[in-house]
Design a protein around this ligand. Structure first.
Ligand SMILES: Nc1ncnc2c1ncn2[C@@H]1O[C@H](COP(=O)(O)OP(=O)(O)OP(=O)(O)O)[C@@H](O)[C@H]1O
Ligand SMILES: [Mg+2]
Length: 75
């Protein structure tokens, strides 16, 4: 697995924006993240891109847990 995220959560001012975010990405695949308005898609991608810090959960890249702190690091 190239990238995996599990149980990812993020709140803003105590209001949950993302609960139990999960995704698994394999090399050579194309993935879509779908959901209604306010479902938490941008929040989730912001976490995966190092723009937002998650409150809980894990993000694993090539088997190693990461705490991304910038888009440059995420790329
Ligand atoms: N910086 C923020 N401060 C406060 N609340 C936020 C912030 N960012 C997102 N939220 C809230 O968190 C929830 C998830 O928002 P998010 O933008 O991640 O959803 P989305 O799936 O990308 O929605 P859309 O389809 O409208 O782009 C929404 O209720 C939103 O209002
Ligand atoms: Mg969005």
């Amino acid at each position: 697995m190239l990238l995996g995220a599990s149980n990812v959560a993020k709140s803003f001012g105590g209001v949950p924006a993302l609960i139990d975010g999960q995704i698994q990405l394999r090399a050579g695949t194309v993935n879509a993240l779908c959901g209604g308005n306010g479902a938490g898609k941008s929040t989730f991608l912001g976490i995966l891109m190092g723009i937002l810090r998650r409150d809980a959960g894990s993000v694993v890249v090539r088997g190693r847990e990461v705490n991304l702190s910038s888009p440059a690091e995420a790329v």
